[in-house]
Design a protein around this ligand. Structure first.
Ligand code: HT7
Ligand code: ZN
Length: 873
C-alpha cells in the first residue's frame, strides 16, 4: 500500500460546486446517478486538464460530459480511480454506478444494517458510492433524490431539507433532499428503512424553531428520550458557551445496529451506533446514559467544529476531533461533576493514549503520513488533541479562549482549514505567542517532566527544579521542549494552602499558579515559605505529561486528605495504591501490605462528609491496564496477583465498612441520573464487588437479592458482574442464564451480557470461544465482536497474557478471520498485540509470533497491513 504524505498536499485541481444525486435502491443492489458541476480551481498550479476521481468497488455503468457519452478511449477506469485526461475549464459530469449495499460488510459507503440502508462516508466511504474527488477540501452543495419500495422503506432521509416527495410506479416512492450548506462528501448521508419517528423541537437563541427528529426501529421507540433530552441540552450549551446557533430547520438522529464507530456527524442527519444512542432505565447502565449524552453532544457540536469549519485534509483530523472532544468534555463536566469527568478523561488518557504514544503507531496530533486514514482515528487525535486545546484554554483563560473561538468560526466559516489556522486564530484574538506551543501538534510522544525540590530554611525559600524531555518515537528523534502549562499549589504542614509568591515576580500571591514551561529546564523559587511544604503538582492534570517526582507515602496520604484540588486528591490515592501494588509484585506471599492504605480506604468508606462522587472514584484501585502501562517490562501475571492480593486484603479488612456502605447507599428511591445518585450506585456496586471478591456469604445474599429486585440496569448488572467475578460458580451460571432469558431480544443488553463474561478474570479463553459459538454472536456486527473479542483482549488481561501464549494466538486468529469482512474493525482489534516490545521476553516473542501470522495472511487489507507492518518494523 502507498503512503500519503502531508508534505505532498496540493490544492485540488478541480472543484465541485454542486452534486445532484439519484439513488435507485433495490434488494439486489443500488444504482447511483451523480451529476457534478465541475470547474477548474484557479488556485491550482495543475493546468494539465486532467480530472481524477476516486472510486472503490464500483461498477461503472455510464459516463457523460456535458450530456455526451464518453467513449472508452476518452477516460480510464483504474478501479480505484477514474481518469479523464482532457476536460474543459467548466463542465457537467454525469456518472452512473452500480453498487451492492447488501454485500457490503466493511460498513463503509452505502450498506444494509437490520434491513435498512444507511451510509458511513467518513473518512473515504463516499468513493464506495460513486466516483468523486473524495477529499474534504472539495465542498459542494448536494441535492439527493432517493427512490425505493414504499412498503419496505417508508422513511427516506438525507442531509438538509426535504423539498419534494411522491409516488412512483411499482409500489415505489421517492423523496428529494436539498442541503443549502456546501460540505465535503464525507458528511453526506442517506438512510432508507422502516423506522418510527420521534419528534421534538428546540427554540434557538434567535427564536427559530428547529424540528428535532429521531428515527429508530419500532422496537426501540421507548428508548429515545434520553438522547433527545441530551440533544436539547447540547444545543443550549453551545449557544451559551460558544455562541453557536443551529443552522438548518431540521436536525435528525438515526440509530443503526451495525456501525464501525460510535456515531457520525453527517450534516443535519447524525447516524448513531444503536449502543450509543438508545437507552432506558431498564436496559442501560449509568455509564451508558452518560456515554450517550457525551456522544450526542459530540456529534451535535461538530455542526460548527467540523461541518461549518472543516478539515483541509485528513492530517488535520484533530482540528475537528480534538476540539470537539474538548467541547463535549466541558459539556459533560457542566452537566455532572467536573472532577469526576476530569478523572475519567485522564484515566483514559494515561492508560490508553500514553500507551499508544509509547508504541509503534505513535504519531503526532497532526500526523505527517499515513497509509490508511481509518487507522488514525486514534486516542492521540481525539484525546490528546483535546488536551492540546484544553492547554490553550488554560494558557489564555476562558475569556480570551472564547474570543479566539469566535474569531476562528467567523474567519473560517465555510472553509476547509488546518490546525495551524486554529492556533493562529487563538494567537490573533489573544495576542499571545503560541509558536513553541505548536510543537504539541508536531511532536509525538508523552513528555516526561522531572521535578526535584529543595527547601532552604534560612532563606525561607522553596525551590522547584523542573526538567522536561520528549521521548523518541518511530521516525522522530531529538525533540524540542514543548510549552507546558504546569499548575501547582503548595500545602503547609497544617494542610492549608500557602500563598505562592515567586522570587522576582510581581504577581500578587495566589494559592495556585500555572507555571509555563517552555525550555528544557527551569528553576522556580517561592519566597516566604515558613516550613517545607508538600507540593501539589500538575493540578487538574494541566498538561498530558508524566510527572516524575519522588513522592513519599506520607506525602501521598497527606495530599489524599488535604489537597483542595479534587483531581490531585484522587491522583495521590492512585499513586499510593500503585506504589503498594508495585512493591508486592516481587515480594513473597506473606509480605506485609501497607497498613496506612487500609486506614486511608477506611476513612473514605466512613466519612460521609466527603464528596461521595469523588469517594466512588477514589475507591477504584488502579486498573491492571494502567499498572502495565506504568511498568517498564510488565509481568502481567505477577501484577494481576499483586493487585488481587491488595483488593482481597482491603475487602477483608474493611468488610464491616463495606457492608455499611452498601446498606447506606441501597436507595430504594426512584431512579435518577444526578451525580449524587450515580455516585450512590457506584459505591454500592463497588462494595458488592469487593465483598464477592472475598467470597463473603452475606455479600452473596445481597447480590442475589439485588439481581432479582433491581429496577434499573446499573444495579442489575452490578450484581451480575459481582457474581460472575466470584467463586460462586452455580450462582454465576444461574444469573447469567436468567439474565439472557430475560434480555435476549435486546442487542444492547446482550452486548453487556457478553462483555461481563469475556472481561471477567474468572473466565477462561475456552469460555470466550464458547461465547463466539453462541447464537447471539454475529461476526457482521462490530458491537458483538468488540464485546467478546475486544473486551477479552483489553480487560481480561491475565487470560489474554496467559503464559502459554494462547491468548495471543486466539486474537491473531480472530483478526485474520475478520480482516476479510471488516478491515477497519480488524485493524483496531489487533492493537494489544502491537505492544509486544514492551513485554518481558517470552511474552513479547509470543506476541510478535502471533503478529507474524497475521502479516503472512494472503490478501491482507491496507488497514491491517499498516498496523502490523509498523509494529513489526
Ligand atoms: N467523525 C466520526 C468518525 C467516524 C468514523 C471514522 C472512520 C470509520 C468510521 C467512522 N464512523 C464515524 C465520529 C466522530 O468522531 O464524531
Ligand atoms: Zn468527532
Amino acid at each position: 500500500p502507498q503512503t500519503v504524505y502531508l508534505s505532498e498536499y496540493r490544492v485540488p485541481a478541480y472543484l465541485v460546486d454542486h452534486v445532484d444525486l439519484r439513488f435507485e435502491l433495490f434488494e439486489e443492489g443500488a444504482r447511483v446517478h451523480s451529476t457534478l458541476a465541475v470547474r477548474r480551481n484557479p488556485e491550482s498550479e495543475d493546468t494539465s486538464g486532467r480530472l481524477e476521481l476516486d472510486g472503490d468497488s464500483l461498477v461503472l455503468e455510464g459516463l457523460q460530459l456535458d450530456g455526451r457519452d464518453l467513449e472508452p478511449g476518452q477516460y480510464e477506469n483504474q478501479g480505484d480511480r477514474l481518469v479523464i485526461p482532457e476536460v474543459p475549464e467548466q463542465f457537467g459530469l454525469t456518472v452512473v454506478t452500480w453498487i451492492e449495499p447488501q454485500n457490503n460488510t466493511r460498513l463503509e459507503g452505502l450498506y444494509k444494517s437490520s434491513g435498512m440502508f444507511c451510509t458511513q462516508c467518513e473518512a473515504e466511504g463516499f468513493r464506495c458510492i460513486t466516483f468523486f474527488p473524495d477529499r474534504p477540501d472539495v465542498m459542494a452543495r448536494f441535492r439527493t433524490r432517493i427512490e425505493a419500495d414504499r412498503a419496505g422503506y417508508p422513511v427516506l432521509l438525507s442531509n438538509g431539507n426535504d423539498v419534494e416527495r411522491g409516488d412512483l410506479e411499482g409500489g415505489r416512492h421517492f423523496v428529494t433532499w436539498e442541503d443549502p450548506f456546501p460540505k465535503p462528501c464525507y458528511l453526506f448521508a442517506l438512510v432508507a428503512g422502516d423506522l418510527v419517528e420521534k419528534r421534538d423541537s428546540f427554540r434557538t437563541c434567535t427564536g427559530r424553531e428547529i424540528d428535532l427528529r429521531m428515527y429508530v426501529e419500532p422496537r426501540n421507540a421507548d428508548k429515545c428520550d434520553h438522547a433527545m433530552d441530551s440533544l436539547k441540552r447540547s444545543m443550549r450549551w453551545d449557544e451559551d458557551i460558544y455562541g453557536r446557533e443551529y443552522d438548518l430547520d431540521i436536525f435528525m438522529i438515526v440509530a443503526v445496529d451495525d456501525f464501525n464507530m460510535g456515531a457520525m456527524e453527517n450534516k443535519g442527519l447524525n447516524i448513531f451506533n444503536s449502543s450509543c444512542v438508545l437507552a432506558s432505565q431498564d436496559t442501560a447502565t449509568d455509564a451508558t446514559f452518560q456515554r450517550i449524552e457525551a456522544i450526542v453532544a459530540h456529534e451535535y457540536f461538530h455542526n460548527w467544529s467540523g461541518n461549518r469549519v472543516t478539515c483541509r485534509d485528513w492530517f488535520q483530523l484533530s482540528l475537528k476531533e480534538g476540539f470537539t472532544v474538548f467541547r463535549d468534555s466541558r459539556f459533560s463536566a457542566d452537566m455532572g461533576s467536573t472532577t469526576v469527568k476530569r478523572i475519567e478523561d485522564v484515566t483514559l488518557l494515561r492508560t490508553a493514549q500514553f500507551a499508544e504514544d509509547g508504541g509503534p503507531m505513535a504519531h503526532p496530533v497532526r500526523p505527517s503520513s499515513y497509509m490508511e486514514i481509518s487507522n488514525f482515528y486514534t486516542l492521540t487525535i481525539y484525546e490528546k488533541g483535546a488536551e492540546v486545546v484544553r492547554m490553550i484554554h488554560t494558557l489564555l483563560g476562558p475569556d480570551l479562549f472564547r474570543k479566539g473561538s469566535d474569531l476562528y468560526f467567523e474567519r473560517h466559516d465555510g472553509q476547509a482549514v488546518t490546525t495551524d489556522d486554529f492556533v493562529k486564530a487563538m494567537e490573533d484574538a489573544s495576542g499571545r505567542d503560541l509558536t513553541r506551543f505548536r510543537r504539541w501538534y508536531e511532536q509525538a510522544g508523552t513528555p516526561v517532566v522531572t521535578v526535584r525540590d529543595e527547601y532552604d530554611e534560612a532563606r525561607q525559600v522553596y525551590r522547584l527544579d523542573i526538567h522536561q524531555t520528549v521521548p523518541d518515537t518511530p521516525g522522530q528523534t531529538g525533540k524540542q521542549p514543548q510549552h507546558i502549562p504546569f499548575a501547582l499549589g503548595l500545602l503547609g504542614a497544617d494542610g492549608q494552602p500557602l500563598a505562592l509568591k515567586l522570587v522576582g515576580d510581581d504577581a500578587p500571591p495566589a494559592e495556585q499558579r500555572v507555571l509555563e514551561l517552555t525550555e528544557a529546564s527551569h528553576s522556580f523559587e517561592f519566597e516566604g515559605v515558613a516550613a517545607r511544604p508538600v507540593p501539589s503538582l500538575l493540578r487538574d492534570f494541566s498538561a498530558p505529561v508524566r510527572v516524575d517526582y519522588p513522592w513519599t507515602r506520607e506525602q501521598l496520604l497527606f495530599l489524599m486528605s488535604h489537597d483542595p484540588d479534587g483531581f490531585n486528591r484522587w491522583d495521590a490515592g492512585q499513586r499510593l495504591a500503585v506504589d503498594v501494588i508495585e512493591s508486592l509484585v516481587d515480594a513473597g506471599e506473606d509480605a506485609e501490605i501497607e497498613p496506612r492504605l487500609v486506614s486511608a480506604y477506611r476513612h473514605l468508606l466512613t466519612d460521609e462528609g466527603l464528596d461521595q462522587a469523588l469517594v466512588a472514584k477514589m475507591l477504584q484501585l488502579p486498573s491492571e491496564a494502567y499498572l502495565i502501562e506504568l511498568a517498564a517490562a510488565p509481568r502481567v501475571q505477577q501484577i494481576y496477583r499483586a493487585r488481587t492480593r491488595v483488593m482481597n486484603h482491603l475487602a477483608a479488612a474493611l468488610r464491616e465498612e463495606l457492608l455499611a456502605c452498601y446498606h447506606r447507599n441501597n436507595g430504594g428511591a426512584e431512579y435518577r441520573l444526578t451525580s449524587d445518585d450515580i455516585a450512590r450506585r457506584t459505591l454500592r456496586n463497588t462494595a458488592l464487588g469487593w465483598l464477592l471478591e472475598i467470597g463473603d456469604a452475606e455479600g452473596r445474599v445481597l447480590a442475589l437479592r439485588q439481581f432479582r429486585e433491581a429496577d434499573n440496569m446499573t444495579d442489575r448488572l452490578g450484581a451480575l458482574r459481582a457474581l460472575v467475578n466470584s467463586d460462586y460458580h452455580e450462582d454465576r451460571e444461574q444469573v447469567l442464564d436468567a439474565f439472557y432469558q430475560r434480555w435476549q431480544d435486546d442487542p444492547q443488553v446482550v452486548e453487556l451480557w457478553f462483555s461481563v463474561q469475556s472481561g471477567s478474570t474468572r473466565g477462561s479463553l475456552e469460555q470466550v470461544r464458547a461465547l463466539m459459538e453462541h447464537a447471539a454472536f454475529d461476526w457482521k456486527n462490530p458491537n458483538k465482536v468488540r464485546s467478546v473479542i475486544g473486551v477479552f483482549a483489553g480487560q481480561n488481561l491475565a487470560a489474554f497474557h496467559a503464559e502459554d501464549g494462547s491468548g495471543y494466538r486466539f486474537l491473531a486468529e480472530q483478526v485474520r478471520h475478520l480482516d476479510a469482512s471488516n478491515p477497519q474493525i480488524a485493524a483496531r482489534l489487533v492493537t494489544p498485540l502491537t505492544r509486544w516490545r514492551k513485554f518481558a521476553s517470552v511474552h513479547g516473542e509470543q506476541m510478535k509470533a502471533a503478529l507474524e501470522t497475521i502479516r503472512d495472511r494472503e490478501g491482507l487489507s491496507k488497514d491491517v497491513y499498516e498496523v502490523v507492518h509498523k509494529s513489526l518494523a
